[in-house]
Write a protein that binds this ligand. Structure first.
Ligand code: APR
Length: 263
């Protein structure tokens, strides 16, 4: 993609000093990690979130829920960061005050070179006790060097907490649960102080996370969106880059810094 939109977005990025990069499931789509709401492929097209992503669902059938998240985690273990993840790391390497805020529960930002993204919806790699919240270790898959495990499919009894014996739960934020307050505070603070917000691969339908781009826009920061399709954020964006993150983000880095290695 060339053209005025990319040139304008590149100009805004080159002028920024404290950008925020806000990402959703579309960021990892090209790595083979399904999004939630994309037609046919989205997880919520195939599974009922009320049956799998709520505290009540876990109480009702811990093995069904744990098994489903273990299948997703195995899928992520088999995935690789895409050029979009590496471009985000290249932005942070160039502008050290960049804050990366993600709704994703995969670890592809970290594997793509962003050491500590702000995680609004938790992680598939941080299980904890469902009763005493004691952090739990993950089932010992295989050492990182070996091929990731065969994807698990079907119900799987969750391990018991080493402290109180209660079932261990996935370390993700379920529907109806509050976001981790430290992460939400950090995200709001970063969005309030940024001089550019780049929103990538989110349908901006799930709140309060979807408020983050609005916070930046309300305080006068330009917002640039990367998404193949329109979203509710279109109207607040200075530029809408219509395309996949794995192509748009490296192109954006090159537009901002022609000499840069986009990762
Ligand atoms: N590059 C960029 N964007 C993409 C790509 C891609 N390759 N592929 C799809 N998209 C866009 C889609 O057009 C859609 O707008 O990514 C968006 C994904 O939207 P959702 O599936 O709704 O995911 P997200 O916005 O991250 O969902 C928010 O909802 O289910 C909960 O907790 C879950 O964190 C998740 C939250």
């Amino acid at each position: 993609m060339t053209g005025p939109e990319l040139a304008e977005a590149g100009r805004l990025l080159a002028a920024a000093r404290r950008p925020v990069v806000f990402t959703g499931a579309g960021m990892s789509a090209e790595s083979g990690v399904p999004t939630f709401r994309d037609a046919q492929t989205g997880l919520w097209q195939r599974y009922d979130p009320q049956e799998l992503a709520t505290p009540a669902a876990f109480r009702a059938d811990p093995a069904l829920v744990w098994g489903w998240y273990e299948a997703r985690r195995h899928g992520v273990l088999r995935a690789r960061p895409n050029p979009g993840h590496r471009a985000v790391a290249a932005i942070q390497a160039r502008l050290p005050e960049t804050v990366v805020i993600t709704q994703n529960v995969d670890d592809l930002h970290e594997r793509g070179g962003v050491p500590a993204p702000v995680r609004l919806h938790g992680s598939l790699f941080a299980p904890r006790c469902s009763a005493c919240a004691r952090p739990a270790s993950l089932p010992s898959d295989l050492p990182p060097s070996a091929d990731p495990p065969e994807p698990h499919d079907g119900p799987l009894d969750p391990p018991a907490c080493g402290g109180c014996g209660a079932p261990v739960r996935p370390g993700v934020v379920w529907f109806g649960e509050a976001l981790p307050s430290a992460a939400l505070d950090a995200a709001v603070e970063a969005a309030s102080g940024c001089d550019l917000l780049l929103t990538v691969g989110t349908s901006a339908l799930v709140h309060p996370a979807a408020e983050i781009p609005l916070v930046a826009a309300r305080l006068g920061a330009p917002v640039v969106q990367v998404n193949p399709v329109p979203t509710p954020l279109d109207a607040i964006c200075a530029v809408n880059l219509r395309g996949p993150a794995g192509e748009m983000l490296p192109a954006l880095v090159r537009a901002a810094w022609p000499d840069a290695d986009a990762g």
